[in-house]
Design a protein. Structure first.
Length: 167
């Protein structure tokens, strides 16, 4: 009887081990399948980026009309369905993780590196950037007087006024 119990315990242990191996295998296959699908979708969408650039350019020049406009709208709808988003707006703070600076200048009236022109929008799926936005970047002019400094006339008037000590 003890031999039977020992054999039963051994078989039960083997069955539990096999079941755990199967569950791990199934998880790994599901994860690999999802990864393969994601890589495939990203590859196709990357190939379509130049088409989307051409559509954007045609739209900016009012060249999308008739049937071609319908095709363009459908291409953009389908890419959006798969999670493709464009990004990059004039005035965005420059972020080297999502922007590629092609031009650089200095400008007044800005506080830090800022995208002053979007040369080509960027595209991403979720948090993954497929192509960075290609931008012109401006930084504050290092030779400009600080923004807090008043004009010489205001500074002269302030020097004539007595200071008030609030102690």
């Amino acid at each position: 009887m003890t031999e039977l119990k020992a054999a039963l315990a051994e078989r039960t242990s083997d069955l539990q081990r096999l079941q755990a191996e199967y569950v791990n295998y199934k998880r790994r296959v599901d994860r690999d399948r999802d990864l393969s699908r994601t890589v495939g979708v990203e590859g196709v969408l990357k190939d379509l980026l130049s088409v989307l650039d051409d559509l954007r350019s045609a739209r900016e020049h009012d060249e999308l009309t008739g049937g071609f406009k319908a095709v363009a709208d459908e291409v953009e709808r389908i890419t959006g369905k798969y999670g493709l988003e464009s990004f990059g707006e004039k005035g965005d703070p420059f972020d080297p993780h999502i922007h590629e600076a092609l031009l650089h200048a200095h400008a007044e009236g800005i506080e830090g590196p800022t995208c002053v022109e979007i040369l080509q929008p960027g595209y991403r799926i979720g948090d993954r950037v497929l192509r960075p936005a290609r931008v012109a970047v401006a930084e504050p002019d290092p030779n400009a007087p600080p923004a807090e400094a008043a004009s010489p006339e205001v500074a002269a008037e302030a020097a004539d006024e007595p200071s008030v000590d609030e102690h």
